[in-house]
Design a protein around this ligand. Structure first.
Ligand SMILES: C[S@@+](CC[C@H](N)C(=O)[O-])C[C@H]1O[C@@H](n2cnc3c(N)ncnc32)[C@H](O)[C@@H]1O
Length: 214
């Protein structure tokens, strides 16, 4: 499914800050060589992630679901001078490709890329975060959120991608067709009712839940 009519997407992108040469390279190489390139955040969403990061100037960012590094590089754009981004992915087959992308970046020394199951790694992190991007397996979103919300600095942002799941969350006939839709329905409801945060479900691309921790 296209998230937006193609001509609208093209118009919006034409009136949005361009991608850097490195981000264009990541996108091109991912589409040419890697399975499921649709998972990559892409131009408009990447610019939004970069904007959030530049507004917050985070010292610590956590990303759950690195894939080929596109969104990680966008999130790094606002890092404070002594800032660090930790990014996690369980797919060992992507490691060499993604490390080679990070090595080309001005942020290479400030990216801590870890391979493994996200739940296990997050539980070991003894950090507090200013910005978190959840973009891994949808069935674990609630578990990631619960682990992370306790590790957030006041005012910090938790962003969760794909919370509209191609519109299935708003289509009752689709609610039982896969395991992701009920998990995302429960996640969106949980965040909406969580007194620890203020939230906005932003219907850009596949939907981003934005939760600001009080
Ligand atoms: C949608 S992609 C991430 C895209 C990337 N954030 C971007 O915007 O360019 C999801 C990634 O999460 C990883 N993933 C899925 N389940 C995971 C888990 N339980 N632990 C760690 N990584 C996981 C997958 O291997 C995949 O690379």
């Amino acid at each position: 499914m296209e998230f937006l009519p193609r001509e609208i997407e093209a118009y919006a992108e034409a009136h949005t800050e361009s991608e850097s040469d490195l981000l264009r390279h990541v996108s091109r190489e991912t589409h040419a060589k890697i399975m499921r390139p649709r998972m990559l955040s892409g131009h408009a969403q990447g610019r939004l992630l970069a904007l959030f990061s530049r507004l917050i100037r985070p010292r610590r960012i956590l990303e759950i679901g690195t894939y080929t590094g596109y969104s990680a590089l966008c999130l790094c754009e606002g890092l404070a001078d002594d800032g660090l981004l930790i990014t996690l992915d369980r797919n060992e087959e992507l490691e060499t490709f993604t490390r080679s992308i990070f090595a080309k970046s001005e942020f290479a020394s400030r990216i801590d890329f870890r391979i493994g199951e996200a739940l296990g790694i997050i539980a070991t992190l003894d950090e507090t975060f200013d910005l978190v991007f959840i973009d891994a397996d949808k069935v674990n979103y609630r578990a990631y959120y619960d682990l992370i919300v306790e590790k957030m600095k006041p005012g910090g942002l938790i962003l969760a991608d794909n919370v509209l799941w191609s519109g299935k969350v708003a289509d009752p006939s689709a609610h039982k067709r896969d395991k992701e839709t009920p998990a995302l329905l429960a996640f969106n409801e949980y965040v909406r009712n969580d007194p620890r945060v203020k939230c906005l479900l932003l219907p850009i691309r596949d939907g981003i839940m934005i939760a600001q921790v009080l």
